[in-house]
Design a protein around this ligand. Structure first.
Ligand SMILES: *Cc1c(COP(=O)(O)O)cnc(C)c1O
Length: 394
């Protein structure tokens, strides 16, 4: 059976060209970038070329790019690093629909004496810039609002939030893991001071990412040791990973517009056709969303069961968010945009990639309505719903 991968926001395949560029750094070019001999210099040059390639996509200086082990570390570092450096200031502002890498870091900081305002979002998942402005206090040291949501794809108004942060003299961090190489991420247009990215979300390798840190931003390192990354992130550089991150950034940014156009066309048709299924709806904003994201709910079904049914048919998609889909609690994002528990349970996230085709969408559109129908036949909620509608007509 041919397999169809529609879960690119969980992770993406490694681009062949990226892999080819990485290969020598696992074997012949194995040097430590800190060594003074030729092996070391070769590795050092590869690391710096990776930094330049990432900086170009962010429109920043190479020395404002700091490599990390991925998006989670970059998010942790931005929040904890600034917290440790902002003595006396105690207050953080974030949104209630952030990735767990931000939310759980905030909860950890709360346990350690910090105070966090979790801003609400509207039905599309938008944070209101006015809410950010109203939440700022004298002791606020950081605002962290994601660029694009990993579940429902909503693109947040971060330029405006960044403008407010600057006016108020508060640092602004944005989790750009889902947006980088999918929509423009010029850090100067976005008004961010810190920006997290992760290679495996845009056809690069897993275990490598970066935090953009605007020159003049004061934060503490989390890892101490040999003083790598100009003393800000110790640990021998992941040279093949950095080469992969750099290559994926360059390729991704070159292809971005073309890929987005193609994915939007496939996605919009998928949405149009899927919404013909009875009692279904699209979550997130119809237009201000990532080009590759479609997020649906189908009443009376369990998202987990739908994922397994689709998997049997060779289709890989997800429900809730990848990290929480093993738990029974429905996604915090779906609850925050106002869905009821039982509605949130019936969710399906489709995230396309550059390799998906119209034929694959045709297959999906043939399989999906059948599987939804099948699950509804079996639904334990069915009787409940019938009962409640019966009651309401009494
Ligand atoms: C995947 C993801 C992360 C975590 O990145 P890792 O590199 O997997 O640690 C953080 N934030 C968002 C929005 C993500 O989608």
């Amino acid at each position: 059976m041919k397999k169809i991968y529609l879960d690119h926001s969980a992770t993406s395949p490694l681009d062949r060209e990226v892999f080819e560029e990485m290969k020598p750094y696992f074997s012949l070019k194995f040097g430590n970038a800190s060594s003074l001999h030729s092996f070391g210099r070769e590795a050092y040059e590869a690391v710096e070329r990776g930094r330049e390639r990432v900086a170009k996509v962010l429109n920043c200086k190479p020395n404002e790019v700091f490599f990390t082990s991925g998006g989670t570390e970059a998010d942790n570092w931005a929040l904890k690093g600034v917290a440790l450096a902002s003595k006396g200031k105690k207050h953080i502002i974030t949104s209630s629909i952030e990735h767990h890498a931000v939310l759980h870091t905030c909860q950890y900081l709360e346990k350690n004496g910090y105070e966090v305002t979790y801003l609400p979002v509207d039905g599309y998942g938008f944070v209101k810039p006015e809410d950010v402005e109203d939440a700022v206090r004298k002791d606020t040291f950081i605002i962290s609002v994601m660029h694009a949501n990993n579940e429902i794809g909503t693109i947040e108004p971060i330029e405006e939030i960044g403008r407010i942060a600057r006016e108020k003299g508060v640092y602004f961090h944005s989790d750009g893991v889902q947006s980088f190489c999918k929509i423009p991420t010029d850090v100067n247009k976005l008004n961010v001071d810190m920006f997290s990215i992760s290679a495996h979300k845009f056809y690069g390798p897993k275990g490598i990412g970066a935090l953009y840190i605007r020159e003049g931003t004061t934060l503490e390192p989390l890892l101490h040791g040999g003083g790598h990354e100009r003393g800000m992130r110790s640990g021998t550089e992941n040279v093949p990973g950095i080469v992969g991150l750099g290559a994926a950034s360059e390729i991704g940014s070159k292809r971005m517009e073309r890929d987005a156009e193609k994915m939007i066309a496939l996605r919009d048709r998928l949405v149009r056709e899927t919404l013909k299924i009875k009692d279904s709806w699209l979550n997130g904003h119809p237009v201000k969303r990532l080009p590759n994201n479609a997020h649906f709910c189908f009443s009376l079904i369990e998202g987990e069961s739908l994922i397994l049914y689709l998997d049997e048919k060779g289709i890989a998609a997800s429900t809730g968010s990848a990290c929480s889909s093993k738990s029974l609690e429905p996604s915090h994002v779906l609850l925050r945009i106002g869905l009821k528990h039982e509605e949130a349970h019936g969710s399906l996230r489709i995230t396309l990639g550059r390799e998906n085709t119209r034929e694959e969408m045709d297959y999906m559109l043939k399989v999906l309505p059948e599987q939804v129908e099948k699950l509804r036949e079996l639904s334990p909620f069915k009787t409940k719903k019938q009962l409640s509608s019966f009651k309401s007509t009494e």
